[in-house]
Write a protein that binds this ligand. Structure first.
Ligand SMILES: [Zn+2]
Length: 255
């Protein structure tokens, strides 16, 4: 009995001590099973098992849009950690951005290093972050391949074959897009925004004028990657040949 009591006391004391510390707060996507809704809540880390047990998922909730059987995140990716929790380095100066590209290591930045752009456009990532084995996409998600982008394009073209696939994917109006934001209807719900890009030498370009998204598919052995871009002055969607060292937006697709 005495032998049992000592470890028991030790455990109790440990729990008591821990409660005195400021507990680590974490975000979970809390699911209301009855209403079928979900929203992001912040909880004490010690409460995590209980939340996971009733079906919550670690990390924030992501708004989604379903287009032709594909479930896309509604917003560009904005994470600063890989799936395993490892922080992704932020590269603010051109020197830091160039160094990450040359070392072929993942990096992110805000357009113009302005955190306010992140709320609307998400972060810009180089492709080494996209391709990192620790996983850029949150659990349950992945970066779309070139073929998966093509599936989206083909399907949107079939719904109304006007050739205006990009227009179906752009947020209408000029709140975020530069004039003229031609043919933008957003009939797909994709709500593409013009987050611009960061060149491999560090300069930012194109916010308001175009949005560019990486795919997970390498184009060649000399540093090229396929992606897609949408632009203000017409309603087309373009295939992009992007450099891994450049910074682009990322949209995730559900597994
Ligand atoms: Zn919960």
């Amino acid at each position: 009995m005495g032998k049992l009591l000592v470890p028991l006391l030790a455990i109790l004391l440990f729990i008591t001590c821990k409660k005195d510390d400021a507990e680590t707060k974490i975000q979970v996507c809390h699911k209301n099973q009855k209403e079928g809704t979900s929203h992001t809540i912040t909880i004490n880390e010690s409460a995590l098992p209980a939340h996971l047990a009733h079906g919550d998922v670690l990390g924030p909730c992501f708004e989604t849009v379903t287009i032709c059987n594909q479930v896309w995140m509604l917003k560009n990716l904005d994470v600063d950690r890989y799936r395993d929790g490892t922080p992704i380095p932020q590269a603010t100066t051109a020197e830091e951005w160039i160094a990450a590209g040359n070392a072929e290591t993942g990096a992110w930045c805000y357009y113009n290093n302005d955190p306010l752009t992140g709320a609307t456009y998400g972060k810009l990532y180089n492709w080494f972050a996209v391709n990192d084995p620790r996983g850029l996409a949150p659990a349950g998600w992945h970066i779309p391949s070139d073929a998966e982008w093509t599936t989206l394009e083909s399907c949107l073209n079939e719904i109304a074959p006007t050739g205006n696939v990009g227009g179906k994917m752009k947020e209408p109006g000029t709140t975020h897009w530069d004039y003229p934001n031609a043919n933008a209807t957003n009939s797909s719900g994709f709500t593409g925004l013009p987050g611009g890009a960061r060149g491999y030498q560090g300069p930012f370009t194109g916010i308001g004028d175009f949005g560019i998204w990486f795919s997970s598919t390498e184009a060649d052995a000399i540093g090229g990657v396929w992606g897609r871009y949408l632009i203000s002055h017409d309603g087309l969607i373009y295939g992009s040949y992007d450099l891994k060292k450049n910074g682009s937006s990322v949209r995730c697709l559900r597994d």
